[in-house]
Design a binder for this molecule. Sequence first.
Ligand code: B12
Length: 211
Amino acid sequence: MVDYSAVQQAVIDGDDEKTVQLVKEALEQDLNPADIVASGLQAAMSIVGSKFSSGEFFVPEMLLAARAVTKALEVLRPRLLDPGTVTIGRVVIGTVAGDIHDIGKNLVSMFLQGAGFEVIDLGTDVSAQSFVAAVKEHNPDILGMSALLTTTMPGMQATIEALESAGIRRQVKVVVGGGPVTQHFADRIGADGYGADGGAAIELCRKLIKE
Ligand code: B12
């Protein structure tokens, strides 16, 4: 039986082959894909972050761990998506300017797609102007922004201000998330919602679509 600490250790070791192999085994053993993400991959990334903070890990170790998680997510992707789901809304999502962290955003995209949202992913390092252009082009119900750095969080506020300047703030709901982002921050910058993880993002977007 695959246990989640083994998955975590493979990610921490930056061993992508082992991570993928353990995730495949976990799926064969009928473990829940969302649990594999939360208790295996995501838990490992928290540990990697702590090791970076304490000076035990540097950027290369973070990169190897990120690569292992990204490869594992490709294996999990089909299991997180349900091809039979009816589209319930459109979401444009991206990581804000100056920030290249994309694992959390990709996960949220997958969870939302799995729940029936059409997701247009703008990638990372997305400027306020690019978010505004994408809202004009795709006319989404929801705009999602991700930030993992305290220094890039202001990009969320800048985007909301740019939506206001363009006169389109009221035509889209804005949701935010990412490591340093909080409900308090979301309220302060005038976002419509904050989600702590993929599951919360689904609940939040479903609620906002109904409003
Ligand atoms: C992997 C990683 C990297 C990788 C990123 C690879 C990639 N493709 O993403 C690399 C090596 C490139 C990297 C670089 C850097 N990193 Co880094 N990184 C991490 C690490 C270890 C994991 C991030 C991660 O993937 N977590 C797992 C995912 C699943 O979690 P998540 O992103 O939080 O997403 C979840 C929720 O937040 C939420 N969510 C996320 N987005 C959204 C959006 C919406 C709309 C919603 C509703 C919800 C939501 O749902 C997600 C799923 O549950 C974190 C540590 C940590 N604790 O987060 C540091 C961390 C974020 N990095 C940090 C730093 C300092 C850096 C660098 C500045 C290091 C350097 N000196 O160069 C650079 C900056 C590069 C840049 N310009 O962006 C710091 C940030 C400190 C701070 N407070 O600002 C952290 C916290 C590490 C630490 N403890 O110090 N990093």
